[in-house]
Design a protein around this ligand. Structure first.
Ligand SMILES: [Zn+2]
Length: 327
């Protein structure tokens, strides 16, 4: 007997068709130089606090050859190509431990895939940017990359100085800035607010994007609304990587009820440009992220309860191009 055809609105099929029509997926955030480095032996390190993980990857970085880093990057790029990702923005570590090995691998990988995918490299600063040796490697990284990357949490207590170094360097080099901010889902963090303030101080409106912005949702509504307006006015964008922080730890801190995700449902209507990324792929930071763009967009829809299809397509395409300076 022939099967009765079931008709329903296949959201994934519909959205992916629109994404293809809009130029394909844009993955705005990853760390492909460390992708696929989780092993049965180091898997348990996943439970370490974020600030401890910044140092835990030292051994891996020290022991990796340029070829190792290249292989990891190439494998991640093949993953992106299979999904129809046309543009990728990825951080690469540049510091006193990895030295210039990721830079060398990045050069080779960009050349190898230049016909298939556009890649924008961004420097990750796991040693901060203030100590003299850290600063030296920040300068080396800044010279190579397309976009200046930051991690103010690494220079805790001196986040403003950290941002001053990033923004003044970017301004001098005429580059954009991507900064990891507000990652810990707590109202004690106000890094996005500081990023907006510093963006204005350095006259870098429209050239700055935050990555994550999870903690924003832990603040009261009046704070959030004021922050969104200031982000819109300063042209500060936000890249959401939904799976990266949905595993946020349980805590007894009281806050407005929310899921641990960039508050996309509030940011987009407030006029903030939101883009999409996958963040860490199969490493000790997040072993269960496999780099699948649909998985990220679907989780964004669900966890932020955001169902504006036109805006979801923008988040996965045009907004990503804007956040990477390709518009
Ligand atoms: Zn990241």
């Amino acid at each position: 007997m022939p099967q009765k055809k079931v008709r329903y609105f296949d959201v994934k099929y519909h959205i992916e068709k629109l994404i293809k029509k809009n130029g394909g997926w844009v993955n705005c955030h990853a760390h492909i130089d460390r992708a696929y480095t989780v092993t049965p032996e180091n898997f348990h390190l996943y439970h370490s606090p974020l600030s401890v993980k910044w140092g835990l990857v030292d051994e891996l970085k020290r022991n990796s050859t340029v070829n190792d880093v290249y292989d990891r990057m190439a494998f991640a790029i093949e993953n992106m190509l299979q999904q129809g990702v046309t543009i990728l923005g990825t951080f690469i570590d540049v510091d006193e431990v990895i030295r210039d090995k990721a830079i060398k691998a990045a050069d080779r990988v960009r050349e190898k895939y230049k016909k298939n995918i556009r890649i924008k490299f961004i420097n990750q600063v796991l040693k901060g940017v203030l100590e003299p040796t850290a600063r030296k490697w920040f300068d080396v990284g800044a010279e190579f990359v397309d976009i200046i990357g930051g991690l103010p949490g690494k220079d805790k207590g001196k986040e403003d100085k950290h941002l001053d170094v990033l923004l003044s360097t970017a301004k001098k080099m005429k580059k954009m800035v991507h900064v990891h901010v507000d990652q810990l889902n707590t109202a004690s963090e106000k890094e996005t607010e500081l990023l907006v303030k510093k963006t204005l101080e350095h006259d870098m409106q429209g050239k700055v994007a935050g990555i994550h912005g999870i903690s924003i949702a832990a603040h009261p509504k009046a704070y959030r609304e004021k922050l969104y307006k200031s982000m819109k006015d300063a042209g500060v964008m936000m890249v959401s990587c939904p799976t990266a922080w949905i595993d946020n730890r349980r805590s007894e801190e009281l806050a407005p009820t929310h899921n641990a995700i960039t508050p996309v449902d509030e940011m987009v209507p407030a006029g903030v440009t939101v883009a999409l990324g996958v963040d860490n792929i199969c490493d000790i930071y997040v072993p269960h992220i496999d780099g699948d763009m649909w998985t990220e967009l679907r989780l964004l829809m669900a966890a932020a309860r955001f169902t504006d299809i036109r805006e979801l397509v923008n988040i996965a395409t045009a907004n990503g191009r804007k956040a990477l300076g390709l518009q």
